[in-house]
Design a protein. Structure first.
Length: 287
């Protein structure tokens, strides 16, 4: 649309320029016609434009038929009037060219403003739809895998990992009223309100900071259907990020749309998983 209208303005402006050229040419031919008349000769090469000049001179003569004798030559006013008409028409073309450019600038500015408003409305609608879509994701899963800390792995210390897991789950059950299920060598907890995840993170960070002789790899993944995210949870758990609470980028993105943010997120790294590249983020306490 813009290209078509801009082309139309250029065509119109070029038409006015062509008219200007024709006016200048006509002025030159009129002067030759005038000289021819004063000399009383007949230049046949002017015959191609004589009908046009005669029509203009006829119109000029209807305005003023007068003449004057100057130095023995008869100067008819119609030639001077015709010359003035051509000069006026020349400046009219200049004005039309200027007006066309001005209107084109007004259109260009209006079109730019329209596109900005349209883009702003589109972005606003898109943002609204993204927020609406993200806020519909309320469920999330927490997976925890444990291992004995290196400094407690000496055989004589005899750390019972199962006993430590029981203590961990007891603490989480008391604080969050959620019963875990065993999953792929770890424990899986299902939650239904991602908007209140900060309270769950409070408890998970207490788990990370515990003085227990075990360490924890914690994974969080938001989802609409839990069965769809188990493969992602398993991939994240296989990275063995002990001492961190990690997630995929989409979960970090979802967290940004929560009304309150007690924690911050940051990128841990980017990894290749088969033909897919996955971006890993982590929850961090705000210092």
């Amino acid at each position: 649309m813009k290209k078509f209208i801009s082309g139309s303005f250029n065509l119109l402006r070029n038409l006015f320029y062509l008219c200007k050229i024709f006016v200048v040419f006509s002025i030159l031919m009129l002067l030759f016609e005038w000289v021819e008349h004063l000399l009383g000769t007949n230049w046949t090469w002017l015959n191609f434009i004589r009908p046009f000049l005669n029509s203009i001179l006829g119109f000029s003569e209807s305005i003023n038929k007068g003449s004057m004798d100057l130095w023995g030559a008869l100067f008819e006013y119609k030639y001077g009037i015709a010359l003035i008409i051509f000069v006026v028409f020349y400046y009219i073309m200049n004005g039309l060219i200027y007006l066309t450019s001005m209107i084109e600038d007004i259109f260009a500015n209006a079109y730019t403003l329209y596109k900005k408003v349209e883009e702003k409305n589109f972005n606003s609608t898109l943002q609204h739809n993204v927020i609406k879509e993200e806020m519909q994701i309320k469920k999330y899963s927490v997976a925890i895998k444990t291992q004995v800390k290196k400094k407690f792995k000496h055989q004589e210390l005899n750390i019972d990992l199962n006993e430590q897991n029981i203590l961990m789950n007891k603490f989480i059950i008391e604080k969050l009223s959620i019963v875990p299920k065993e999953h792929n060598g770890g424990f899986l907890y299902e939650f239904n309100d991602f908007n209140k995840i900060d309270f769950v993170l409070d408890i998970l960070f207490k788990v990370l900071k515990s003085t227990a002789p075990i360490e924890y790899a914690i994974v969080i993944q938001a989802h609409s259907q839990p069965n769809q995210i188990y493969p992602n949870i398993d991939k994240l758990m296989s990275l063995d990020y002990y001492g961190k609470i990690i997630m995929l980028a989409e979960t970090s993105f979802r967290y940004k749309y929560n009304k309150f943010h007690k924690y911050q997120t940051s990128q841990v790294g980017i990894f290749q998983s088969g033909e897919k590249t996955i971006e890993i983020h982590e929850f961090k306490e705000i210092m």
